[in-house]
Ligand binder design. Structure first.
Ligand SMILES: O=C(O)CCC(=O)C(=O)O
Length: 252
């Protein structure tokens, strides 16, 4: 299952594309596998992150899980996901990194940003959001800006888009049903709100680069962990990224 020429044109023009590559049965499996990762303890080489919410400390992200989950590894490195990533890049894609953002009830949102500054080594990437639960305005779905994926926008001291530029752009929420997959360019401006609903909004985000630029997944995680160790985190938020886009409160 690939994408049509019209879908590809939409992605090239707007910088994002919503697809439905999974059957209901496949989606049920994906949700079950995410439940499994969510239940993992902290004793492992995967990376769990927590935030403080009004309901207490909550898991907000897991990264680096495919070495420890064979089904999720297959999902993100073969089949429709890698096919569509390759079609959108126009060449063979390889997995660069993967994360699950849980955004459980009460979970925080993400400040307006482009992903590219958080991705060392590669020029060409595409990411997607695999909606594990319905992703709606009420529970903090992604909001994007159309056709602004040509260049890096001015950033503030957090590595996010400046207030002035944010105010000049038109932000569009993209709601997705569980199983939908929202593709976006690494320069597509995006943001999301707090989950103010009483339902969870989990989503998996694999990022791909052109294989031509190398298989860099291990190098990405090594560099990220080294930067976390060496660069003091001064923002009053949970550090989950090489930019400070996440607005979650730290668990003291
Ligand atoms: O999951 C979200 O609400 C937004 C995620 C995001 O923008 C990110 O992780 O960079």
């Amino acid at each position: 299952m690939g994408i049509t020429a019209t879908q590809e044109q939409h992605y090239q023009r707007e910088g994002w594309l919503l697809t439905q590559p999974f059957s209901i049965a496949e989606m049920r499996n994906i949700r079950h596998w995410v439940d499994e990762v969510q239940a993992w303890s902290d004793n492992g080489d995967w990376l769990h992150y927590r935030e403080m919410t009004d309901h207490g400390p909550r898991l907000c992200r897991t990264e680096n899980f495919i070495p420890f989950h064979a089904h999720l590894k297959t999902l993100l490195t073969s089949g429709p996901i890698i096919e569509i990533a390759s079609a959108l890049l126009g060449e063979t894609a390889v997995l660069y990194k993967e994360k699950i953002n849980y955004k459980l009830s009460g979970g925080a949102g993400y400040a307006p940003h482009q992903d590219a500054p958080a991705y060392p080594f590669v020029k060409t990437h595409v990411s997607c959001m695999i909606a594990v639960d319905d992703s709606l305005v009420a529970n903090g779905c992604l909001e994007v800006v159309n056709a602004r994926h040509q260049k890096l926008l001015p950033t503030n001291n957090l590595g996010c888009i400046t207030d002035q530029t944010v105010a000049e752009m038109t932000w569009q929420p993209v709601e997705a049903r569980a199983g939908d997959v929202l593709w976006f360019h690494s320069l597509t401006p995006h943001r999301s709100g707090t989950n103010t609903s009483d339902t969870d909004r989990r989503a998996m985000y694999p990022t791909f680069n052109a294989l031509r630029e190398g298989d860099l997944r291990d190098a990405y995680y090594e560099t990220k962990l080294q930067e976390f160790r060496e660069t003091p985190h001064t923002a009053n938020t949970v550090q989950v990224s090489l930019i400070n886009d996440f607005q979650g409160r730290p668990v003291e």
